[in-house]
Ligand binder design. Structure first.
Ligand SMILES: C[S@@+](CC[C@H](N)C(=O)[O-])C[C@H]1O[C@@H](n2cnc3c(N)ncnc32)[C@H](O)[C@@H]1O
Length: 268
């Protein structure tokens, strides 16, 4: 029994809370989420979706399919329009400020929806691409909602299969060499990490194949649109397989209208 409450009835503070679940849904396939994630999806009253996803119909289609497969018949999907964002700030500091402002504005919008669209005790879910712990801001945004206090929430995080795990599995890879480190970074930061002596790197968020600029002897294990029916895999010595990577990128984009790729680079 909750201290101070009558037997069988929750304390008022507990009643006023909404539950929020951040559910990792894997990198693209409707079967690449965990049993725990599927079960959690079945317990949701509401799914919150950012309207930025509308531009990429395939991504929306996956979320719809997951809701159909694992969600309740009365599951509500609420689209929350994304606030505008400065996508071309001049400096790194301006970039950080722009992202922080954008997160704050998104948190306010989600808080308003949680407060106004959910009844006390109901559960809302964010379906997070891959794993919420990797290059995703949903955890930070939900932390802000909890801290702002305009709506009382309890939240938890369910891990998902990240694009990195899927890449490793498809290539039957161990990401680290025995007893060594592996760096996970972005295309934008790749050159700086290589200059710092990092020899085993997983690269994400790289729209321009930053690895094409590297000098030295490298092997690459590359994958795009992993988990979808049109996933692409290429592996080999970097210089030799770059044309194949570019061609596979084009095939992935042509097949689905989008391409997302992840790769491991290892210096020989
Ligand atoms: C914003 S991050 C999200 C990462 C995600 N949270 C995860 O755990 O995979 C987006 C990047 O993840 C990678 N990615 C996501 N889905 C992918 C997929 N199906 N195949 C290959 N890479 C993918 C790409 O590097 C893409 O630029």
């Amino acid at each position: 029994m909750t201290p101070g409450s009558a037997a069988g009835s929750p304390a008022p503070a507990a009643r006023a809370r909404r539950r929020v679940r951040l559910i990792g849904i894997g990198p693209g396939g409707p079967e690449d989420l965990t049993v725990a994630a599927a079960t959690a999806l079945g317990g949701l009253d509401v799914v919150l979706v950012a309207d930025k996803d509308r531009g990429v119909e395939d991504l929306t289609a996956l979320r719809t399919e997951l809701c159909r497969r694992y969600g309740r018949a009365d599951l509500r999907v609420i689209e929350v329009p994304d606030p505008p964002r400065d996508r071309a700030p001049a400096t790194d500091a301006a970039y950080d400020t722009a992202v922080a402002d954008w997160h704050a504005a998104r948190a306010e919008r989600y808080a308003a929806v949680l407060r106004d669209e959910l009844a006390d005790g109901q559960t809302a879910g964010f379906l997070v691409w891959g794993d919420p712990a990797l290059y995703d801001s949903t955890i930070r945004i939900v932390e802000r909602i909890a801290a702002a206090g305009t709506v009382q929430i309890d939240y938890d995080v369910l891990p998902g299969v990240s694009a990195v795990s899927m890449l490793a599995a498809r290539h039957k890879l161990v990401l680290n060499r025995i007893g060594r480190a592996v760096t996970i970074t972005t295309g934008r930061r790749l050159a700086a990490h290589v200059a710092d002596g990092h020899d085993d790197l997983v690269v994400m968020l790289d729209g321009h194949l930053a690895c094409a600029e590297l000098t030295g002897d490298w092997d690459i294990w590359w994958g795009a649109n992993l988990g979808t029916a049109d996933e692409q895999l290429v592996a080999g010595e970097l210089g030799a397989v770059l044309p194949a990577v570019r061609a596979a990128r084009d095939r992935a984009r042509a097949a689905r209208g989008w391409v997302m790729d992840t790769y491991l680079l290892r210096r020989r």
